[in-house]
Design a binder for this molecule. Structure first.
Ligand code: GDP
Length: 303
């Protein structure tokens, strides 16, 4: 879509100009070519494993003589990138909605990654579809987090349930679930504090929230979405590993893809962590959140 094209402009420009350079001098697939290709891939942050898998696939195809010219080679690279994404796909790519009642989505992630904005964007999408959305201000730790969510809630037309700053987030969650049920809401989105400095506390806090949720809504929470900032590159990978150790993350929202040339990180996350990227943030506006589509993504890189 147009949005992908715009949001991936930086990644595409860098990636495709490097690719074009590589192919401009293309004569044959030899060791020099593989070295240059590996460099381009690593620099796009697709990660070591993905790079090795792509070059290995290319070696096989060259051996089988299925990749003889420039176009064949490019084709193998594209196909392999899509394959890597789809074959390692375990969870469903889209959000798991509760068919008979309230769907509860828990958001985790460190400050500044775009968590609040993403919650607002998602609420906006659901409200646009005619769903009733409640937001829970479960980040009682960061100064200003509650007010920020209240402002967004007002703007997009979602009810916001909040407590005192510094209060127990679990009690906010309890109130929010009750409120969502009373109002017959379709979706409850819970904001949480992302304090990785204190992993034990974070773990306990998240467990407590999940316990309260599942007591009130047996299958809940239906999703635990980790928000990562694509512009932070390898830092995002480190955060993802740490959150994965802290709680069961069911999906990733990768924000600020529009602000980086290193969009290849989508593939690294998928391959190295086994968690599907469910949404990508492609800008600061309310409409700049898209369901992730590996085909569109990879073709977007090459177009
Ligand atoms: P939080 O601390 O994780 O809740 O982060 P915020 O939601 O407050 O976002 C931090 C900054 O990132 C804000 O200025 C947002 O406008 C910006 N932001 C969030 N998502 C995106 C995105 O997809 N693209 C761009 N360019 N900016 C984003």
């Amino acid at each position: 879509t147009e949005k992908y094209e715009k949001g991936l402009e930086k990644t595409r420009k860098t990636f495709s100009s490097r690719m074009n350079e590589l192919f401009a001098n293309f004569r044959t697939v030899d060791e020099d070519f593989f070295e240059d290709l590996e460099e381009v891939l690593i620099e796009s942050d697709v990660g070591f494993e993905v790079t090795m898998e792509i070059t290995e696939a290319l070696r096989q195809e060259v051996k089988l003589k299925n990749a003889k010219n420039k176009n064949d080679v490019q084709q193998v690279i594209i196909e392999k990138m899509v394959d890597i994404y789809e074959e390692s796909e375990s969870g469903d790519r889209s959000i798991q909605l509760n068919k008979d009642g309230l769907t509860i989505i828990l958001f985790v992630g460190v400050n500044g990654v775009g968590k609040t904005t993403t919650i607002a964007k998602m609420a906006h999408q659901y409200i646009d579809e005619g769903k009733k959305v409640v937001l829970a201000a479960g980040d009682t730790f960061r100064a200003g987090a509650i007010e920020q969510l209240e402002v967004w809630g007002e703007r997009v037309g979602a009810t916001v349930v909040s407590g005192k700053a510094g209060g127990d987030p679990a009690s906010v969650v309890f109130d929010a679930v009750k409120r969502a049920k009373d109002e017959n809401a379709d979706i409850l989105i819970v904001d949480t504090a992302g304090r990785l400095q204190n992993k034990v506390n974070l773990m306990k806090e998240l467990e407590k929230m999940k316990r309260i949720i599942s007591r009130e809504v047996p299958d809940g929470p239906h999703e635990v979405l980790l928000v990562l900032d694509a512009t932070t590159g390898q830092n995002a990978m480190i955060q993802a590993r740490q959150f994965k150790e802290t709680t069961d993350v069911t999906g990733i929202v990768l924000t600020k893809l529009d602000g980086t040339a290193k969009g290849g990180i989508v593939l690294a996350i998928r391959k190295e962590l086994g968690i599907p990227v469910k949404y990508v943030g492609l800008g600061e506006n309310m409409d700049d959140l898209e369901e992730f589509n590996p085909n569109e993504f990879v073709f977007g890189l090459f177009s």
